[in-house]
Each structure stands twice: as structure tokens, then as C-alpha cells.
Design a protein. Structure first.
Length: 323
């Protein structure tokens, strides 16, 4: 590895920091993880990041000489131009904190930061499912829904850096209130917690239909999660299938709208919930076309993401290659 240029990708979350050494082909050569001290002071949060990076160098004695840059995925709000982490709700340790400057000062290389969905979108275009496409819409569907847009190999940030908040596009203005304060956002309707809420509501209304789901949740309706629903669907449970198909329909409306206002060359979907919905991928593609006025919607590839749980590391590394 010492003879090959490499970059470091860092994924900062509310509970952990993951760092990886990434080669020019987008392959994660090695990685390291450290707990994130999110509720301490700024120095403690910074130490969590440097601890993960230092662990990479400890495992790869000559790697430090080959590192060309460090890219960091961090929760927003943040400013990708200045490298400033502004006031992320899940990282109370940092308020207007110059993360990029601090990391660059310590390691003597250029440092880029951006939010995880933007960076993951760029990684998919550089090395993953989005290679060869000019305009790409990327969505990560998990506990929340994050999105990124790539134009001509560059992240679209908008005027202030706040663009591409696709998870907070409303498809029902009278729907439930999202954590962002708006009603009927796709995140509050189709992310993991929404699937779990819908399952619990259906079981409460018709307990006899929920036996498999409740059994997989350890006998407690309150313990039903989206993962439980996915497991029940894999076991052939009709209620779980119904819930997931409802989720597919909601996502299809959203993706159809996305085609109508953006008409990308490709759409890439990743995240833990999407992995659970993989058996319905063809239906999602077909239903999205039904919810679009674009007569050529079905020509737009809807692709599963290449990077899974390591999308944050790959995304951070991608920031060092092109932004």
C-alpha cells in the first residue's frame, strides 16, 4: 500500500466513527472504528475522529506516506466550502467547529467534508452503480432518508449547501408531522421507523394477523421494528408483505415525482430498508413509472447501490477525488 496513492474516508456518526484506507479503485483496504463522544466537548469529539484515523496508520505502518487527502462524512448542518460543522442535533459536541481545518492541521493533507448522502452519491458515481452516468439521483433509505444529486461528476449543493434534502419532500401535506416539522415527508412515511409504526398499528387493529411478526419481536408488539417486518416477510408472512408493498407504493410516488422534476440518467437506492425491499425492486421500478408523467420514465435505470454499510467511508474517500 505504501507505493500506491490512497485517501482516507471517515464516517462520523452519533455513536461511532469509522475510518477506512481507500485505494484509487474505490476499494476499502482496511478500516477502523472508534466510539464517538458526541455529548462531550469539541476536543473529545475531535479525539474520536483522530483515534480512528490513527488506528489505520497503526495497522498500516507505511500508509501515512501515501495518503493524499482525508474526506469526512459528518452530520449536517455543515458548510462543505469552509469545512465547518455548524450545529448537528446528534453531535452536540460541535457548534461552528472547524473540523476540516483541525484534521488538516494534524495530518498535513487536504481535508474535505460533506454530508453522508452527498458523499455516498459521489462514491457511487466514481466507483459504484453510477459509473458512466452524467446526472444521478441517490437515496439512502434507513432510519431516515438522505439523498444526493450528482451533475457531471460533481455534487449539487445549491446556493447555500442545503440542496438535495429529498427525504423531506412531502407527498401528503395532510400526513403525519415529520421530525423536520413538515407534514407527509417521505421520511416520516417510508423510512424504517414508519414501517415499524405501520406494523404495530395493523397488529393492534387485527391481532390475529400479526402472530409471526410479534413472535419474531420476542412476543412484544411494542418491540416490533422494521427489521422484524423484513424477517417476517422473508418467512412468507402475508401481513409483512402487505406492509412492505405499502412502503414500495409510497416510495414509488416519491420516485415518480423525482423523475418529473429532475429526470436523471439513473437513480440509485441504498440503505438498510432498501436491502429489505430488494425482493420488490422490480415492482418499485414499475410503480414509479406509473406515478410519473414522463412517458420515458421506465427508461431510467433504478439501481441498487454498490456500497452498503461502508458507504460513509467510500463517500468520504470520494470527496478527495472530485467535488
Amino acid at each position: 500500500m505504501a507505493d500506491e496513492e490512497a485517501v482516507i474516508g471517515v464516517d462520523v456518526g452519533g455513536t461511532k466513527v469509522a475510518a477506512g484506507l481507500v485505494n484509487p479503485q474505490g476499494e476499502i483496504v482496511t478500516d477502523a472504528r472508534r466510539p464517538m463522544v458526541a455529548d462531550g466537548d469539541a476536543a473529545a469529539g475531535l479525539a474520536s475522529v483522530t483515534g480512528a484515523i490513527d488506528a489505520l496508520f497503526s495497522a498500516n505502518a507505511n500508509a501515512r506516506e501515501s495518503i493524499q487527502g482525508i474526506g469526512i462524512c459528518a452530520p449536517g448542518p455543515l458548510d462543505p466550502k469552509t469545512g465547518l460543522v455548524i450545529n448537528p442535533p446528534n453531535l452536540k459536541c460541535w457548534r461552528n467547529f472547524p473540523l476540516a481545518a483541525e484534521i488538516s492541521r494534524r495530518y498535513g493533507v487536504p481535508v474535505k467534508i460533506d454530508n453522508d448522502a452527498n458523499a455516498a452519491a459521489l462514491a457511487e458515481v466514481l466507483w459504484g452503480a453510477g459509473r458512466g452516468y452524467k446526472t444521478v439521483f441517490y437515496a439512502c433509505i434507513g432510519t431516515g432518508i438522505g439523498t444526493g444529486i450528482i451533475f457531471d461528476g460533481r455534487i449539487y449543493h445549491g446556493r447555500t449547501g442545503a440542496a438535495a434534502e429529498g427525504g423531506h419532500v412531502s407527498i401528503d401535506y395532510q400526513g403525519p408531522v415529520c421530525g423536520c416539522g413538515k407534514r407527509g415527508c417521505i421520511e416520516i412515511l417510508a423510512a424504517g421507523p414508519a414501517i415499524a409504526r405501520r406494523a404495530r398499528a395493523k397488529i393492534a387493529a387485527e391481532p390475529s394477523r400479526g402472530a409471526t411478526v410479534v413472535r419474531l419481536a420476542g412476543g412484544s408488539v411494542e418491540a416490533v421494528s422494521s427489521e422484524t417486518v423484513g424477517q417476517a416477510n422473508a418467512a412468507g408472512d402475508p401481513l409483512a408483505r402487505e406492509i412492505l408493498l405499502e412502503t414500495v407504493e409510497l416510495l414509488a410516488v416519491w420516485l415518480g415525482n423525482t423523475v418529473d422534476f429532475l429526470e436523471p440518467d439513473a437513480m440509485i437506492i441504498g440503505g438498510g430498508v432498501m436491502a429489505m425491499l430488494n425482493p420488490f425492486f422490480d415492482q418499485l421500478r414499475e410503480r414509479a413509472a406509473r406515478h410519473s408523467v414522463n412517458s420515458r420514465c421506465s427508461e431510467i435505470p433504478l439501481l441498487p447501490a454498490h456500497y452498503g454499510a461502508d458507504s460513509g467511508i467510500a463517500g468520504g474517500a470520494a470527496l478527495c477525488n472530485r467535488t
